[in-house]
Design a protein around this ligand. Structure first.
Ligand code: BDR
Ligand code: CA
Length: 321
């Protein structure tokens, strides 16, 4: 039976591919896509989710917009990483799929209540919507099978020396999630930096011969230029699909158990995930922490997903008879 999931995202180049992986892989049943402010404003991340679903032919999954700012602090978008649109690079046609007229938190809550089985939440963005859900509807925790998130790191950050973007953008929300008692799996930078989009990976997307394959290659090419400019990295890491891959096939992402605490007060470390891998602190395990990625299997899943959607989505003009 496919695992029922909801993706909560802020597209975002890597969120876009996470949506495609979740929509195409038969091991998961994508029940909804919800959006939040993060990489860009809520308006832009919601538009981008609609753009992705349009080009990928994902027409039967509700998309709902959620919170337009973090719980306590001001929103600081990542336009240096994702550009003015939040998904700069390839051209996207006018979206033909709409948002549903329901707040993301209400949609997630309704699905949790109505679905016959507990649902897995896959946040690939600041955790504002998820924290609000757990705060407003505490009973919904029992209906969540697990939260498999992209965020944090066992090592250093990418927004400050200590903190990763999704956690740094809304540390109070992340704190609520990690302390919620819901099973949490954290796919942080330490593992997503193993998912590097090399020229060989881009060639596999282009080699699909579909419009969607070209769009993915274009997204990764833009992301690559960002990573060279900002971090001097030769290839960009594809963060968000790693969390989806963990749900699809746990063997792709190896995890260890640890206590994870979100630093809320550090003068230079606010938003850091303090991951106690060696049990220095007398604190209970509250998370599975991803440590190793089977890179080959990961990219196979990702390319297969885009290939499958390309058959139903827009065809590249003049490609393959
Ligand atoms: C995370 O931050 C965002 O920019 C990406 O979409 C990803 O979710 C990586 O730190
Ligand atoms: Ca994201």
């Amino acid at each position: 039976m496919p695992v029922p999931i909801i993706i909560d995202c802020d597209p975002g180049h890597d969120d876009a591919l996470a949506i495609m992986l979740a929509a195409a892989n038969p091991a998961v049943d994508l029940l909804a896509i919800t959006t939040v402010a993060g990489n860009q404003t809520l308006e832009k991340t919601s538009l981008n989710a609609r753009r992705v679903c349009t080009v990928a032919g994902i027409t039967d999954v509700p998309i709902a917009a959620g919170c337009d700012r973090p719980l306590l602090q001001q929103l600081a978008v990542a336009d240096d990483v994702h550009g003015e649109s939040g998904m700069d690079g390839p051209h996207f046609p006018e979206p033909t799929v709409d948002l549903v007229p329901e707040h993301a938190v209400e949609l997630i809550h309704r699905i949790l209540v109505e679905h016959p089985e507990p649902v897995t939440l896959v946040p690939t963005a600041p955790l504002t919507n998820i924290a609000l859900l757990l705060t407003r509807y505490p009973d919904s925790a029992a209906r969540i099978r697990e939260i498999v998130l992209m965020g944090g790191s066992t090592e250093r950050g990418n927004r400050t020396p200590a903190s990763e973007f999704n956690i740094h953008t809304d540390p109070e929300a992340a704190d609520i999630v990690f302390r919620s008692g819901v099973p949490v799996t954290m796919c942080g930078l330490n593992v997503t930096h193993q998912a590097l989009a090399t020229p060989e990976v881009l060639a596999r997307f282009e080699g699909l011969g579909t419009e969607l394959g070209d769009i993915c290659a274009g997204l990764l090419a833009y992301f690559g230029s960002t990573y060279r400019r900002l971090w001097n990295m030769p290839h960009p890491p594809l963060h968000d699909p790693v969390a989806v891959a963990r749900v699809i096939d746990p063997a792709v992402v190896e995890c260890v158990e640890a206590n994870v605490t979100v630093e809320l007060h550090g003068r230079y470390t606010r938003g850091a995930t303090v991951v106690d891998l060696h049990r220095y602190l007398d604190r209970p395990v509250n998370a599975k922490v991803a440590v190793t990625l089977d890179t080959g299997l990961f990219w196979d899943h990702m390319v297969d997903a885009v290939a499958a959607l390309g058959r139903t989505g827009l065809e590249r003009p003049g490609a393959r008879g």
